[in-house]
Structure formats: structure tokens, C-alpha cells
Design a protein around this ligand. Sequence first.
Ligand SMILES: *Cc1c(COP(=O)(O)O)cnc(C)c1O
Length: 386
Amino acid sequence: MKNYKELESQNIVHTYGRFDVCFESGQGSILKDTSGKEYVDFTSGIGVNSLGYNNEKWVKAVAKQAASLQHISNLYYTTPMIELAQSLVEKSGLSKVFFANSGAEANEGMIKTARKTNESKHTIITLQNSFHGRTLATLTATGQDVFHQHFGPFPEGFAYCPANDLDALKSMVNEDTLAIMMEMIQGEGGVMPLDYDFVQGVKQICEEKDILLLVDEVQTGIGRTGSFLCFQQYDILPDIISVAKGIGGGLPLAAFIMGEKCKDVLQPGDHGTTFGGNPVSCAGGNVVMEYMTEEFFQEVKEKGAYLRARLEAIPHIVRVNGMGLMLGAQLDEGIAVRDVINACNEKGALFLSAKANLRCLPPLVITKEEIARGMDVLEEVLSNWK
Ligand SMILES: *Cc1c(COP(=O)(O)O)cnc(C)c1O
């Protein structure tokens, strides 16, 4: 397509600082742009394309479902949704699923469910530097002041605690505290994992004070960190979690999953969605779920360890945070991450940023060779940084 930049600029609202690349296709973890140039992908569409590009099983299941029934609404039963719910319940250790379309929508539903679970308490404590979405309630839940501008009035009932500060949390908790909501690894916040001890402390406070524990697994979930859900590596069982990004393998799909305390709170008429649990998305999700085995998680951990080791050996990278294939690299002060990403794009490797950090969220099926190919690019770029 000629003039795509000009046409975009004329017709689409400018809310994204897009990179100057137009993509056409992909295979495995390698993408191709419209000029045929190849890129190793460490973004996976922001943690979405968990099975990479042109995964044979996934493409087949999605195409088959699209050819038989693409949508029918939640007024009727469809089997892909029921099958997916069963595996989500089984693998999460929680009890019931509500399907939605996006991370923000799943978080909205999680917040609504928490509110209805105990209508006598009103405050949800979230963490500073968190990110929970772009709708009004999830923007408010997001613990970053930059998001709390322009769009007011914002909904009430949120308070913000510094991450990993148990004393601060203890001093904030009171009779009005309904829930504590957090990401196990703050993704947009820079790939910052919570401390194990902090999470254990949160768990104890929630048990003692009858406070609900809500975990946003939108970025960390579905195998990303080397377990099905990240909370499973912290020895807790939340009351509600949200998942999105990686669950559909590339199609819009999300869910919030409720434990025993909350599973029957929502009743007919309380919540709904037109597209949530769409059969084509769920058919894709069912293929993603087939990959979610202990063996696969072990591979994610091993590839993550290799990626981490490569990152740690690159000049100007001072620290690497994260788990599995969700890693953030802190750069030397004065190096602008956007410039590094642009230079890597130039040489055929795609990376994300998160705050000032370089962020890697490759497809979970990325091979060691593909990781090496991308790391060679990053190493070359940073070794020659002036
Ligand atoms: C991306 C993200 C969201 C928002 O998801 P959308 O699908 O963009 O609405 C919410 N929470 C976390 C932790 C995320 O990473």
C-alpha cells in the first residue's frame, strides 16, 4: 500500500507513537514487513501472539471455526467457550470464568465482582506504578498519576500503596478496605516483579482482615513467566484473577476467573458482553491451552534463562528483571530506550519499552536460535553505542 503513513495520519486518531514499519506476515517468531525485510520478534504484539505466527494448529482451528460459526451471542451455548472455560478452571485452581474481550474489560468485571461480593466495604488498594487498563475504572485503578488527568471525574474507591512496602500497606488497610489488586510483575511499569515476602504478607493481611485478593494476570498469565499463571510461583490463591493478552493466541479474548468466595456473586443481568467468549477467539484459545503443559513451562523457563544471560552480557545493560519470557533490561543512564529500539528495528529485531527499560515479550514458542539472532542484533547495537 502506497502512502500508508499519510493515509493513517489523515484518517486515524494519533494516540500511538508508531514505528515506521508496516508488517505483512510472519512465521514462527520472524516477522516480514511490506518490503520483505525480516525481523526477530521480541514483542509478540505486546504479549499476545503466544504461539508466534502461522502456527499450523492454531490457524487450522481458527479457520475451521470461522467457516462453521463465527459468532452467535451469549444468549446461546457454544462448545469452544465451554471447553476453554473448563481448562481455565482446571489449570488456574479457581472456580468459574466470565469471558470478555480485553484486559481492561476483564479488570472492570473483576472490580465489579469484588464490589458486589461485599457491598459494605468500598476501597480497593492497588499498587503505585501499576497498570490495569484504559477504561475509566481501570485507569483509576492504575497507580500512576499521569493516567489520572483529562478524563475526570474518576470513579471513587481506589487507593495506592507503594509496591513491596508491607508497612505502608498495613497502615493503609482499614474497615473500608474491600480488596487489594496487583500485578505479580508490573509490566507497563518497567517489568518489576513483586517480592515473594511482600506477596506472602499481602496474603496474610487478606486472610486476617477478610479482604479480597485480585490479581491482574493480563500480561503475566498463560505461560508467560514459566508457569500457567504467575501467582502460582508465589504460593497464593487469589479470589479473582484477570487474563487477556496471550490467551487467544492473537485474537481478542479475555476472562476473569473467580475462586470459591466470588464464583456465584454475579447473577443473571449483573454483567454481560456481546463479543466475550466469541467462538473463533475461543477456538484459538483452546489451541493455546493445549500448549500449557509442565514440559512447555520448563521450556519457557530455560529459554528465559538463556535470554536473560544474553541480555546480562550486553554492554550498557545494567540490570535484568522479570521471569520466564517476560524480561526487562535497565539501560545505562542517558541512553534513551526509544533510540535503542529504533536502531534494533533498523537491523531486524523488534523490542518493546516499559518506562525507561527495554522489554522482551517474545512468542512463547521462540527458539533458542531465534533468541540468539535477536540478541546478536541488540549486542551489536549497544556495543557500538556512542
Ligand atoms: C495490557 C494490560 C492491561 C490492559 O489490557 P487491554 O487488553 O489493552 O485492555 C491491563 N493490565 C495489564 C497488567 C496489562 O498488561
